[in-house]
Design a protein around this ligand. Sequence first.
Ligand SMILES: [Zn+2]
Length: 180
Amino acid sequence: MPIIVLDPGHGGNDSGAAGNGLQEKNLTLTIGLKVKQLLEANYIVDVRLTRTSDVFVELSDRADFANDLGASYFVSLHHNAGGGTGFESYIYPGTSASETGRCQDVLHVEIMNFLSGYGLRDRGQKEANFSVLRETSMPAILLENLFIDTVNDANLLKDPTFITGLSNAIATGIGKALKL
Ligand SMILES: [Zn+2]
């Protein structure tokens, strides 16, 4: 059965971005746990998280964890900051023509199908030399789910119905990307 690694960004003394009463590390863990639950309820998969509580994990340890498991897919969960709005996804530079890019196409579209219902902006499918993307040996993606420091985005991130819907879109997208 395929192994999927979900990577809730930040944790412990690294809170990640903060704003509007939210901390990135808490949201990424909440969504990671929900996506795991949804994937395991709907598909025959083994879903592992790089952290399951509020602890600090080095970036290289997150990649090593997935590499050692021989995971089929690595999905890193983050929230943006800096005053923008909407959603963007990242893959390692130069991998758009590979399985990594094909999976990004599928997952990005599935998530945007959900988010566009809230009028949220598609900031695009991007590439970046992030260490978890560089150091993982399987297809990998990093999701920036809205802006924690933008009031409209943060209000959605505070809404449990929205979080469940977003988690469902991520799980469904992973299922389609991996043809589960
Ligand atoms: Zn982050």
